[in-house]
Design a protein around this ligand. Structure first.
Ligand SMILES: NC(=O)c1ccc[n+]([C@@H]2O[C@H](COP(=O)([O-])OP(=O)(O)OC[C@H]3O[C@@H](n4cnc5c(N)ncnc54)[C@H](O)[C@@H]3O)[C@@H](O)[C@H]2O)c1
Length: 250
């Protein structure tokens, strides 16, 4: 195992499950002090037990990433605890497919809050600390951030927004030494994907367009890409969206 994150501190949201958990473990195994955040406190505890068992230095925080004030407090707490901040991985997210006419205002606000506003809140709060360390941000977008997908309108809107924040922040902060990149996975085997169902009344052919040509991805494969972008190996890469989708968007 490489040691690219020795002496570095990383915030990882969504660390209780799936891609966030795999990323927190990967960065931790490579030496990072992990400040793991999630709304799922028992999942976080479970993650912390596994991470500590693997010799990873880890602190956890129960955080609802759709709450701006809580996000600002979380960054302050992370810097307090770790002494600095080198990497922010915005990974927490939710998804729910439906026909456009069935989506509620409440779900619009919730999905935009968790998937998109969180990236704005945490990036804004983390930026002064990342400028200090010459650090970077990796955002979890999706193929839904690169293309339209039937029955996925809110999620697509949020993930296109994540790509936009990635590119805008990358431009604004490049000369101050902070890189900002995004990863765009297709279908990855996690609890989020397992809970995804074709909505009633959906056209199976349109739904099928979301499927990768290769088999589904694994969380560890996405974590490898996040670790690459967050490391000095990617020193010359910013504003990039790295697609891992088994050919879905060819
Ligand atoms: N699984 C896929 O096929 C896939 C594809 C593309 C992108 N993604 C993205 O990857 C990210 C991780 O998803 P996953 O597949 O690992 O799902 P997951 O459900 O396994 O993990 C998501 C995590 O986010 C946490 N979370 C949810 N709401 C939160 C909130 N308000 N505050 C803090 N944490 C919250 C959950 O508790 C969970 O631990 C998401 O942004 C998702 O959109 C997933």
């Amino acid at each position: 195992m490489q040691t690219r994150f020795q002496g570095k501190a990383a915030i990882v949201t969504g660390a209780a499950s799936g891609i966030g958990r795999a990323t927190a473990l990967r960065l931790g195994e490579e030496g990072a002090h992990i400040f793991a955040c999630d709304v799922d406190t028992s999942g976080l505890e479970d993650f912390a037990t596994e991470a500590k068992g693997a010799g990873i230095r880890v602190d956890t925080l129960a955080l609802d990433v759709s709450d701006g004030e809580a996000c600002r407090d979380a960054v302050a707490q992370a810097v307090d605890t770790c002494g600095k901040l080198d990497v922010l991985c915005n990974i927490a997210g939710i998804s729910q497919l439906d026909l456009l006419e069935n989506y509620s205002d409440e779900l619009w606000n919730r999905m935009i809050g968790i998937n998109l506003s969180s990236v704005f809140f945490l990036s804004q709060a983390a930026m002064p600390h990342l400028i200090e360390t010459g650090g970077n941000i990796v955002n979890m977008a999706s193929t839904a951030g690169l293309q339209g997908q039937a029955y996925n309108a809110i999620y697509c809107a949020a993930k296109h927004g994540v790509v936009a924040l990635t590119k805008s922040n990358a431009q604004e902060f490049a000369r101050r030494g902070v890189r900002v990149n995004a990863v765009c996975p297709g279908g990855v085997l996690t609890p989020l994907l397992r809970a995804t169902k074709m909505p009633e009344g959906a056209d199976a052919e349109l739904f099928g367009r979301m499927m990768p040509l290769l088999s589904l991805g694994r969380p560890e494969e996405i974590a490898t890409a996040v670790a690459y972008l967050a490391s000095d190996d990617a020193r010359y890469i910013t504003g990039h969206t790295l697609t891992l989708d088994g050919g879905q968007t060819i």
